[in-house]
Write a protein that binds this ligand. Structure first.
Ligand code: RP5
Length: 172
């Protein structure tokens, strides 16, 4: 049974292929952790270019505030989305079938001046960070979300302290 949607999505996620989902599920999980509702769509800059343009141009009317675009290979998707919107666009390079995702990284990050794509790391780390970055953008006008981000950072500190304690104990 499809999941019941309760709140209107504020983040729009677009990926070039359903094969990108393995990576993108980490973005959705991160947004879920911050209770940020999102939309997910598969549309390709090469295979369904019209659909990508409709997604990007229609995003503000659908209430979306941040867009996340993920693709592998010659990854034009985030750039094409950014060309058709003034919303902030976060690009995730997906590790594809060759070059360990370096091709996707360069084609996502190396946008010419005037059309920014906030590009995160290749793969899972980038997918998680895209969710956090979207949360940080939304937190500019959402104090509850800002508090959650502060707690998130405290959690990271705690984890490092625990890791340090464990290593020190093991060395005793
Ligand atoms: C890109 O090509 C997609 O974003 C995907 O990462 C890659 C391979 O797509 P499939 O051939 O698996 O559909 O456009």
């Amino acid at each position: 049974m499809p999941k019941k949607k309760t709140r209107k999505p504020v983040v729009g996620i677009i990926m070039g292929s359903d094969s990108d989902w393995e990576t993108l599920q980490h973005t959705v999980k991160t947004l879920d952790d911050f209770a940020i509702p999102c939309d997910v769509e598969v549309a390709s800059a090469h295979r369904t270019p019209e659909r990508v343009i409709t997604f990007a141009r229609g995003a503000p009317q659908r209430g979306l505030k941040v867009l996340i675009a993920a693709a592998g290979g010659a990854a034009h998707l985030a750039g094409v989305v950014a060309a058709h919107t003034t919303l902030p666009v976060i690009g995730i390079p997906v590790k594809g079938w060759a070059l360990d995702g370096l091709d996707a990284l360069l084609s996502t990050v190396q946008m010419p001046g005037g059309i920014p794509v906030a590009t995160v790391a290749i793969g899972k780390a980038g997918a998680v960070n895209a969710g956090i970055l979207a949360a940080q953008i939304l937190a500019l006008s959402d104090s509850g979300l800002k508090k959650k981000l502060q707690l998130h950072k405290q959690g990271l500190k705690r984890k490092v302290r625990q890791g340090n304690t464990r290593i020190q104990r093991e060395r005793e």
